[in-house]
Design a protein around this ligand. Structure first.
Ligand code: BES
Ligand code: ZN
Length: 586
């Protein structure tokens, strides 16, 4: 008997749940899902079956014929949730659980009509990565345990339900509708996903469709119009797409991430709707996860770099094909900068800057950083540079073929790499990435002409002519590289150079406002406040609050804004910002 994932009670001596049938009534008044789930086991079991749960209210636990089963709910643990141990009589092949989710289920955000674009109807969405699927369904919530499922969601008839699954139809009865779904491909539980709200769709291509609230859907369809081409380019790189559809759901602004690779239906922040298609690298990233992450999955959160490092590498390969090498190199340089910032941020916890991490007792959401993304990318790029692109591409395909619909650890990766590319790990000094903190001095660097021109400026402002040629990524990179606090005169010289056409680009705005706040440029306070009041994307909340907290004049402003706006933030974002405030002792 052994637990193999520090973040799950799953025990590899027990049968695994291979599929489940889930029924949930979505209750917008009580903010709960009233649920019935029938779990199918990999083999007839006898003795204990340990499942992960968090804040579930259990009504009944039975076998497939309705006989009650003995059960025991363990003590709640902040990271793990609660173990549900069910005693299986010999020969048991299925377990039925009737339960309700908690109004504060960590995977779910229930939005009031006022938090939506249309302001007429409530909205619900899930975010199960990393450890939140267990707050929705009692499962072995480890990425190494794959499941297929069918689902029936009962929702108010005025609303639509979508899932990261195949839609099997809708039936209306009285004031309610039942929507059915099937997920035929086995997924790690963190990819379970649903949303309910006033939703409409626009076709983008034979395999792609944009979903969003009616008032947002046209804008989304325009922004993501090229997604079908993106899918074709990705297939040219990584082989056939295994998930049939690649639909995109644009969520209300409190969605805490840029994107989430829920299979068949990627979830996206509305901040991508910049009106200039400049942020579609996030779509490329989530699409790339269809291979690296969803098909080939990290066995536990300790090997998260295998999901994200590979995906950043794949994202930049897609971007290079769509927009050229200059564009992908600029993104690599921006990534490098964010890695430097992450390493500085973790200077007191250097262990979190290794790729191979030890996270027993640590919440993966709290260990989250750009390190697995960008340091993972650098390791793969170093391997690619060492063996040459054609060989590395063949290696990537062999890797995807070998581990498809499976999970692996860093050790599995190294063994496979050694077999396919003998000597390459040693040649790039892979251990400096995997087990040493910080950025290896020999790590590869991005190169491009535009990048050299930009870096050549140092802290000097660009000429008006040069500034006019910069796209949003160049502006963002330039701003991120500036020292802070920046003298008032330098800020004043820069401000008129920022072109108006970039005013809708939230990446540039956030970089600019964070720089201003760190530099006590009081005129930026109003925009900072507007940003943290409207947007719940953590990538923006973190630098804005960090800029306030790093400036003694604004530490109390940070607490005041948080208290005013936290009600609109997702539970995960609330937890993260609260953690920042506590650390700063305000
Ligand atoms: N899977 C992640 C988001 C995530 C990670 C959610 C860990 C919960 C826990 C997603 O693919 C992601 O990386 N999103 C990035 C996109 C960026 C790297 C292009 C984001 O949200 O910023
Ligand atoms: Zn990702």
């Amino acid at each position: 008997m052994a637990r193999t994932d520090p973040h799950s009670h799953a025990d590899d001596a027990q049968p695994t749940v291979t599929s489940f049938h889930w029924k949930a009534q979505v209750d917008f008044t009580r903010h709960v899902l009233e649920c019935h789930v029938a779990l199918q086991l990999s083999r007839p079991g006898e003795g204990p079956l340990d499942l992960d749960t968090r804040d579930l209210q259990l009504h009944a636990v039975e076998d497939a014929s309705g006989q009650p089963l003995q059960r025991e709910l363990g003590p709640p643990d902040k990271v793990l949730g609660q173990r549900l141990r069910v005693q299986l009589p010999a020969g048991t092949t299925g377990v039925v659980v009737r339960y309700a989710t908690s109004p504060s289920a960590s995977a779910l955000q229930w939005l009031e009509p006022g938090q939506t674009h249309g302001k007429q109807h409530p909205f619900l969405f899930s975010q199960c990565q990393a450890l939140h699927a267990r707050s929705v369904v009692p499962l072995q919530d480890s990425p190494a345990v794959r499941v297929t499922y069918t689902a029936e969601l009962e929702v108010p008839a005025a609303l639509r339900a979508v899932m990261a699954a195949r839609a099997d139809g809708r039936e209306e009865h009285g004031g309610h509708a039942t929507e059915r779904f099937t997920m035929p491909q086995p997924i790690p539980p963190y990819l379970l996903a649903l949303a309910v709200g006033e939703l409409s769709a626009r076709e983008l291509g034979p395999r792609t469709r944009a979903w969003a609230e009616p008032g947002v859907v046209e804008k989304a369809a325009w922004e993501f119009a090229d997604v079908d081409r993106m899918l074709t380019e990705a297939e040219a790189l990584f082989g056939p797409y295994d998930w049939e559809r690649f639909d995109l759901l644009t969520l209300p602004p409190s969605f805490p991430y840029g994107g989430m690779e829920n299979p068949r239906l990627t979830f996206l922040t509305p901040t991508l709707l910049a009106g200039d298609r400049s942020l579609v690298n996030v779509v490329a990233h989530e699409l790339a996860h269809s291979w690296t992450g969803n098909l080939v999955t990290n066995a536990t959160a300790e090997h998260f770099w295998l999901n994200e490092g590979w995906t950043v590498w794949a994202e930049r390969r897609i971007l290079e094909r769509l927009s050229g090498r200059e564009a992908s190199e600029l993104h690599a340089a921006l990534g490098r900068r964010s890695l430097e910032q992450a390493v500085a941020h973790f200077r007191e916890q250097p262990a979190l800057t290794r790729l191979r991490t030890h996270l027993s007792g640590v919440d993966p959401d709290e260990a989250f950083s750009q390190v697995p993304y960008e340091k993972g990318y650098l390791l793969l790029r170093a391997l690619e540079q060492h063996v040459g692109r054609p060989r590395f591409e063949a290696f990537a395909r062999a890797y995807m073929a070998r581990f498809r619909f499976g999970a692996l650890t860093t050790e599995d990766f190294c063994a496979f790499c050694e077999a396919e590319l003998p000597g390459a790990l040693a040649a790039v000094k892979a251990e400096d990435y995997l087990d040493a903190p910080g950025i290896p001095v020999h790590a590869p660097r991005a190169h491009s002409e535009r990048l050299s021109a930009l870096l050549g400026l140092g802290t000097r402002p660009p000429s008006a002519e040069q500034a006019g040629t910069w796209g949003p990524t160049e502006w963002q990179l330039y701003l991120e590289l500036l020292p802070r606090p920046l003298p008032e005169a330098a800020l004043a010289a820069l401000e008129p150079l920022l072109p108006a056409r970039l005013s809708h680009n939230p990446e540039v705005r956030v970089s600019w406002v964070a720089l201003c706040l760190a530099s006590s440029h009081g005129a930026a306070l109003a925009e900072g406040e507007a940003l943290v009041s409207r947007v719940g994307r953590m990538k923006y909340l973190k630098p804005l609050y960090a800029a306030l907290l790093g400036n003694e004049r604004y530490v109390h402003t940070a607490r005041a804004w948080f208290e005013r706006f936290k009600g609109g933030y997702h539970p995960i974002a609330q937890q993260v910002v609260e953690g920042m405030l506590k650390k700063a002792a305000v």
